[in-house]
Design a protein around this ligand. Structure first.
Ligand code: LLP
Length: 428
């Protein structure tokens, strides 16, 4: 990860010292490397350069408009899961014809918005949704291109909360139901279904699960074709894992080989929906030490970032490496510590039981691999304003989302009439 590294002992994102950004924007903040994101995109695109393939960036991983636009400029489409993400993708400049829409709970309003926008595919997750899409599109005088998201009943062997490929999950339609769903689609006005999609989970490092899922997709494609249905597009989902521990990343070339071996000879256009792979390792959450305090057998380093800013450690037991902004000397004494936030919950931690050098009040540190599912999952719990997002390109940086204020959050709230009078007699 040379774009995010120590140079002369100082943590840099590309050519910009993290401390310089901290001085300009305050802490905490998210910081992303443009060059790293684009390198990841290019690597993904290169792995499938010999195929008719489109990469639909999974906007949920990092929905900042600048990030979406950077991928769009590089040639990516977008995978969206809500009207909000659809609007973001369009606003960032992704052509509607390169947007796919996934998710188990798309409302009729969201389906209508997608049809009106003219997106290239709605991935259908149930019979009821297929009928709803048909009705919505027919009412608009349109024919909506649809894909069927199948559930292949494959265990992706990842964290339970981000596993989607098994029969007991809410996602997709049992793959055995595919012929009946295609037959229904053929009979409905308003939809045209010629695509299968699958997404079995996230942060996958065991690629054999993909092999199992794609083999089933292949069998379903052949079965559907034998029944007279066209299947010309396969959306293979996202999920490739990254190296949170700095070591064990999923192997892109091995993944591409599995794709080739399982579905490469079907003559289908291929779609991919990577999110974490493209942005995860490109980002840092930078925080400042508020104070350190001794605990039982370890130190607590209290920083100004918290679980509301980065919820992954407490929600998924996720590991994010901690990088002090100034590189510790190799022989610096290290001790066991937790990096924690100021929120009133024991689940409020960024890192636990790490061997790290001493930190003092005012020191800067960064949680690595925070470019995916970081800022997008943040909340304002404890009335902590959303933190800025900063994009670096070479020696330049730009605040691509400014810091919220508590006043802006309060401005959305209203007193009900029965509480409008202030205790002192004034009106609120
Ligand atoms: N396509 C579909 C249909 C998805 O549901 C997802 C992620 C993706 C693509 C992108 O997956 P990726 O390539 O990023 O693994 N918040 C969790 C991850 C949730 C993933 C949900 N779906 C986390 O922080 O680990």
């Amino acid at each position: 990860m040379s774009e995010i590294a120590y140079r002369n002992g100082v943590l840099h994102v590309e050519d910009m010292p993290v401390a310089r950004i901290a001085e300009a924007v305050g802490t905490p903040f998210y910081c992303y490397s443009s060059a790293h994101m684009l390198a990841r995109y290019e690597a993904y695109a290169r792995a499938f350069a010999d195929r008719d393939a489109t990469i639909y960036y999974a906007v949920k991983a990092n929905a900042n408009l600048a990030v979406i636009r950077a991928f769009a400029r590089a040639g990516a489409g977008a995978d969206v899961v809500s009207a909000g993400e659809l609007r973001r993708a369009l606003a960032a400049g992704v052509p509607a014809g390169r947007i796919v829409f996934a998710g188990v709970g798309k409302t009729r309003e969201e389906l209508a918005e997608a049809v009106r926008a003219g997106i290239c595919q709605v991935n259908i997750e149930s019979e009821a949704e297929l009928r709803a899409l048909g009705e919505v599109a027919a009412a608009l005088g349109a024919t909506a291109p649809a894909g069927l998201r199948v559930n292949p009943d494959v265990d992706p062997r990842t964290h339970a909360k981000i596993s989607t490929g098994r029969k007991d999950s809410k996602f997709g339609v049992d793959i055995a139901e595919a012929p009946a769903m295609f037959a229904l689609a053929a009979a409905l006005p308003g939809v045209s279904m010629a695509s299968l999609s699958v997404h079995i989970g996230s942060q996958l490092t065991d690629l054999e699960a993909y092999r199992g899922a794609y083999a089933r997709l292949r069998a379903a494609t052949l079965e559907l074709r034998a029944a007279g249905h066209a299947v010309d597009h396969l959306d293979l989902g996202g999920g490739l894992g990254i190296a949170y521990d700095g070591r064990t990343a999923a192997d892109l070339a091995a993944y591409a080989a599995i794709v080739g071996e399982t579905v490469g000879d079907l003559g289908c256009r291929l779609g991919f929906e990577p999110g974490r792979f493209l942005t995860g390792e490109s980002g840092l959450l930078v925080a400042r030490v508020v104070r350190a305090k001794p605990g039982a057998g370890k130190r607590f380093v209290v920083v100004d970032a918290a679980m509301n800013d980065l919820v992954r450690p407490t929600l998924y037991d996720a590991h994010h490496d901690i990088a002090p902004a100034v590189e510790p000397a190799p022989d610096a004494p290290r001790g066991l510590c937790d990096i924690v936030g100021p929120i009133c919950e024991s689940g409020d931690f960024i890192a636990r039981d790490r061997l790290l050098p001493d930190f003092a009040e005012g020191d800067l540190l960064a949680a690595r691999c925070a470019g995916a599912y970081g800022a997008v999952m943040s909340s304002t719990y404890n009335s902590r304003p959303l933190v800025p997002e900063v994009l670096v390109s070479g020696a330049a940086f730009a605040v691509v989302r400014r810091r919220w204020t508590v006043e802006e959050a309060m401005a959305l709230e209203r007193m009900p009439p029965w509480l409008a009078a202030e205790p002192g007699g004034g009106a609120a």
